[in-house]
Design a protein around this ligand. Sequence first.
Ligand SMILES: Cc1cc2nc3c(=O)[nH]c(=O)nc-3n(C[C@H](O)[C@H](O)[C@H](O)COP(=O)(O)O)c2cc1C
Length: 183
Amino acid sequence: MKILVLYHSDYGNTEKMAQAIAKGAQAAVDDAHCQLIQVEDAKLDDLVAADLIFLGSPVHMGTMAWKVKKLIDDCGKLWMENALAGKVAGIFATGGGLGNAGGGVELTLISLFANALEHGMIAVGFPKNLPGYADGGLHWGAYARCANAEGMPQPISDAALVAGRSYGAHVAEVALRFANNTE
Ligand SMILES: Cc1cc2nc3c(=O)[nH]c(=O)nc-3n(C[C@H](O)[C@H](O)[C@H](O)COP(=O)(O)O)c2cc1C
Protein backbone atom coordinates (compact mmCIF):
# COMPACT_ATOMS: atom_id res chain seq x y z
CA MET A 1 0.00 0.00 0.00
CA LYS A 2 1.33 3.42 -0.96
CA ILE A 3 0.76 5.93 1.82
CA LEU A 4 1.37 9.64 1.31
CA VAL A 5 1.50 12.08 4.22
CA LEU A 6 1.24 15.66 2.97
CA TYR A 7 1.69 18.55 5.34
CA HIS A 8 2.85 22.11 5.80
CA SER A 9 4.92 23.11 8.83
CA ASP A 10 6.80 26.31 9.64
CA TYR A 11 7.96 25.46 13.16
CA GLY A 12 7.93 21.67 13.26
CA ASN A 13 4.76 20.76 15.21
CA THR A 14 2.71 19.67 12.22
CA GLU A 15 5.75 17.86 10.84
CA LYS A 16 6.08 15.87 14.07
CA MET A 17 2.39 14.98 13.91
CA ALA A 18 2.88 13.94 10.26
CA GLN A 19 5.77 11.69 11.32
CA ALA A 20 3.68 10.12 14.11
CA ILE A 21 0.84 9.44 11.69
CA ALA A 22 3.25 7.89 9.20
CA LYS A 23 4.74 5.70 11.94
CA GLY A 24 1.29 4.47 13.01
CA ALA A 25 0.19 3.81 9.43
CA GLN A 26 3.43 2.01 8.60
CA ALA A 27 3.10 -0.22 11.67
CA ALA A 28 -0.49 -1.12 10.83
CA VAL A 29 0.13 -2.37 7.28
CA ASP A 30 2.74 -5.01 6.48
CA ASP A 31 3.65 -3.93 2.96
CA ALA A 32 3.25 -0.17 3.49
CA HIS A 33 5.45 2.25 1.59
CA CYS A 34 5.08 5.55 3.40
CA GLN A 35 6.24 8.91 2.03
CA LEU A 36 6.18 12.25 3.84
CA ILE A 37 6.14 15.29 1.57
CA GLN A 38 5.73 18.99 2.37
CA VAL A 39 2.84 20.41 0.32
CA GLU A 40 5.22 22.85 -1.39
CA ASP A 41 7.18 19.91 -2.84
CA ALA A 42 4.25 17.66 -3.74
CA LYS A 43 3.61 16.76 -7.38
CA LEU A 44 0.17 15.80 -8.62
CA ASP A 45 1.59 12.42 -9.63
CA ASP A 46 2.49 11.77 -5.97
CA LEU A 47 -1.20 11.99 -5.08
CA VAL A 48 -2.31 9.89 -8.03
CA ALA A 49 0.16 7.13 -7.13
CA ALA A 50 -0.98 6.90 -3.49
CA ASP A 51 -3.62 4.53 -2.13
CA LEU A 52 -3.99 6.47 1.10
CA ILE A 53 -3.43 10.21 1.52
CA PHE A 54 -3.10 12.14 4.79
CA LEU A 55 -3.25 15.93 4.62
CA GLY A 56 -2.28 18.18 7.52
CA SER A 57 -1.97 21.87 8.28
CA PRO A 58 -1.20 24.24 11.11
CA VAL A 59 -4.10 26.55 11.93
CA HIS A 60 -3.28 29.96 10.46
CA MET A 61 -5.55 32.91 11.13
CA GLY A 62 -8.48 30.64 11.94
CA THR A 63 -8.20 28.21 9.07
CA MET A 64 -5.69 26.09 7.12
CA ALA A 65 -2.34 27.51 5.95
CA TRP A 66 -2.51 28.97 2.46
CA LYS A 67 0.16 26.63 1.11
CA VAL A 68 -2.08 23.66 1.91
CA LYS A 69 -5.04 25.34 0.20
CA LYS A 70 -2.83 26.10 -2.81
CA LEU A 71 -2.07 22.41 -3.26
CA ILE A 72 -5.78 21.61 -2.94
CA ASP A 73 -6.63 24.19 -5.59
CA ASP A 74 -3.81 22.94 -7.81
CA CYS A 75 -5.53 19.54 -7.74
CA GLY A 76 -8.40 20.83 -9.92
CA LYS A 77 -7.13 18.75 -12.85
CA LEU A 78 -7.31 15.62 -10.69
CA TRP A 79 -10.90 16.53 -9.74
CA MET A 80 -11.79 16.78 -13.45
CA GLU A 81 -10.30 13.33 -14.03
CA ASN A 82 -11.74 11.73 -10.84
CA ALA A 83 -8.14 10.69 -10.22
CA LEU A 84 -8.43 10.64 -6.42
CA ALA A 85 -11.95 9.18 -6.21
CA GLY A 86 -12.14 6.08 -4.01
CA LYS A 87 -8.83 6.67 -2.27
CA VAL A 88 -8.89 6.78 1.52
CA ALA A 89 -8.01 10.07 3.25
CA GLY A 90 -7.05 11.17 6.76
CA ILE A 91 -6.58 14.70 8.07
CA PHE A 92 -4.71 16.41 10.90
CA ALA A 93 -3.83 19.82 12.28
CA THR A 94 -1.90 21.59 14.99
CA GLY A 95 -2.78 24.98 16.45
CA GLY A 96 -2.35 27.40 19.29
CA GLY A 97 -6.00 27.12 20.28
CA LEU A 98 -6.21 30.47 22.08
CA GLY A 99 -9.76 31.42 23.05
CA ASN A 100 -10.84 28.14 24.66
CA ALA A 101 -12.76 27.11 21.55
CA GLY A 102 -9.95 25.81 19.41
CA GLY A 103 -8.81 29.00 17.67
CA GLY A 104 -10.11 27.79 14.30
CA VAL A 105 -9.08 24.14 14.39
CA GLU A 106 -12.59 22.85 13.69
CA LEU A 107 -12.84 25.02 10.60
CA THR A 108 -9.39 23.83 9.52
CA LEU A 109 -10.27 20.16 9.94
CA ILE A 110 -13.76 20.49 8.44
CA SER A 111 -12.28 22.28 5.41
CA LEU A 112 -9.67 19.56 4.90
CA PHE A 113 -12.36 16.90 5.31
CA ALA A 114 -14.60 18.68 2.79
CA ASN A 115 -11.76 18.98 0.29
CA ALA A 116 -11.15 15.23 0.48
CA LEU A 117 -14.86 14.52 -0.02
CA GLU A 118 -14.95 16.94 -2.96
CA HIS A 119 -12.50 14.60 -4.69
CA GLY A 120 -14.68 11.57 -3.96
CA MET A 121 -12.20 10.32 -1.40
CA ILE A 122 -13.27 8.26 1.60
CA ALA A 123 -12.35 10.54 4.51
CA VAL A 124 -11.94 8.74 7.83
CA GLY A 125 -12.56 10.35 11.22
CA PHE A 126 -10.98 9.61 14.60
CA PRO A 127 -13.04 7.32 16.89
CA LYS A 128 -12.88 8.50 20.50
CA ASN A 129 -12.06 5.03 21.89
CA LEU A 130 -8.62 4.98 20.28
CA PRO A 131 -5.43 5.67 22.30
CA GLY A 132 -4.52 9.32 22.67
CA TYR A 133 -7.86 10.75 21.62
CA ALA A 134 -8.24 12.86 24.79
CA ASP A 135 -4.89 14.56 24.18
CA GLY A 136 -4.71 14.73 20.40
CA GLY A 137 -8.03 13.88 18.87
CA LEU A 138 -11.16 15.38 17.46
CA HIS A 139 -13.79 13.34 15.65
CA TRP A 140 -12.53 14.82 12.34
CA GLY A 141 -8.92 13.72 12.75
CA ALA A 142 -5.78 14.22 14.81
CA TYR A 143 -5.23 17.61 16.46
CA ALA A 144 -2.57 18.89 18.82
CA ARG A 145 -2.84 22.10 20.75
CA CYS A 146 0.69 23.50 20.80
CA ALA A 147 0.44 26.49 23.14
CA ASN A 148 0.05 27.23 26.81
CA ALA A 149 -2.97 28.90 28.42
CA GLU A 150 -1.67 32.34 27.39
CA GLY A 151 -1.39 31.25 23.77
CA MET A 152 2.40 31.18 23.76
CA PRO A 153 3.82 28.50 21.44
CA GLN A 154 4.81 25.15 22.96
CA PRO A 155 6.31 22.09 21.30
CA ILE A 156 3.87 19.33 20.45
CA SER A 157 3.38 16.96 23.39
CA ASP A 158 4.26 13.25 23.45
CA ALA A 159 0.63 12.56 24.40
CA ALA A 160 -0.60 14.21 21.20
CA LEU A 161 1.88 12.13 19.21
CA VAL A 162 0.31 8.99 20.69
CA ALA A 163 -2.93 10.18 19.11
CA GLY A 164 -1.16 10.76 15.80
CA ARG A 165 0.14 7.20 15.80
CA SER A 166 -3.20 5.65 16.67
CA TYR A 167 -5.06 7.76 14.11
CA GLY A 168 -2.49 6.87 11.43
CA ALA A 169 -2.90 3.18 12.24
CA HIS A 170 -6.69 3.41 12.25
CA VAL A 171 -6.95 5.10 8.86
CA ALA A 172 -4.42 2.66 7.36
CA GLU A 173 -6.45 -0.29 8.67
CA VAL A 174 -9.58 1.15 7.02
CA ALA A 175 -7.64 1.55 3.75
CA LEU A 176 -6.42 -2.04 4.03
CA ARG A 177 -9.99 -3.29 4.41
CA PHE A 178 -10.97 -1.49 1.20
CA ALA A 179 -7.90 -2.85 -0.60
CA ASN A 180 -8.65 -6.42 0.46
CA ASN A 181 -12.27 -6.21 -0.65
CA THR A 182 -11.34 -5.16 -4.18
CA GLU A 183 -8.76 -7.91 -4.76
C1 LIG B 1 0.83 33.08 10.92
C2 LIG B 1 0.28 32.23 12.02
C3 LIG B 1 -1.06 32.29 12.33
C4 LIG B 1 -1.59 31.49 13.32
N1 LIG B 1 -2.92 31.54 13.57
C5 LIG B 1 -3.48 30.68 14.46
C6 LIG B 1 -4.87 30.68 14.66
O1 LIG B 1 -5.65 31.41 14.06
N2 LIG B 1 -5.37 29.79 15.54
C7 LIG B 1 -4.58 28.92 16.24
O2 LIG B 1 -5.10 28.13 17.01
N3 LIG B 1 -3.22 28.94 16.09
C8 LIG B 1 -2.67 29.78 15.21
N4 LIG B 1 -1.31 29.79 15.03
C9 LIG B 1 -0.48 28.86 15.82
C10 LIG B 1 -0.05 27.63 15.02
O3 LIG B 1 -1.16 27.00 14.43
C11 LIG B 1 0.65 26.61 15.90
O4 LIG B 1 1.76 27.20 16.52
C12 LIG B 1 1.07 25.41 15.10
O5 LIG B 1 1.36 24.32 15.94
C13 LIG B 1 2.28 25.72 14.21
O6 LIG B 1 2.54 24.57 13.42
P1 LIG B 1 3.99 24.33 12.83
O7 LIG B 1 4.94 24.19 14.00
O8 LIG B 1 3.85 23.04 12.11
O9 LIG B 1 4.32 25.47 11.94
C14 LIG B 1 -0.76 30.60 14.05
C15 LIG B 1 0.61 30.57 13.76
C16 LIG B 1 1.12 31.38 12.77
C17 LIG B 1 2.59 31.29 12.47
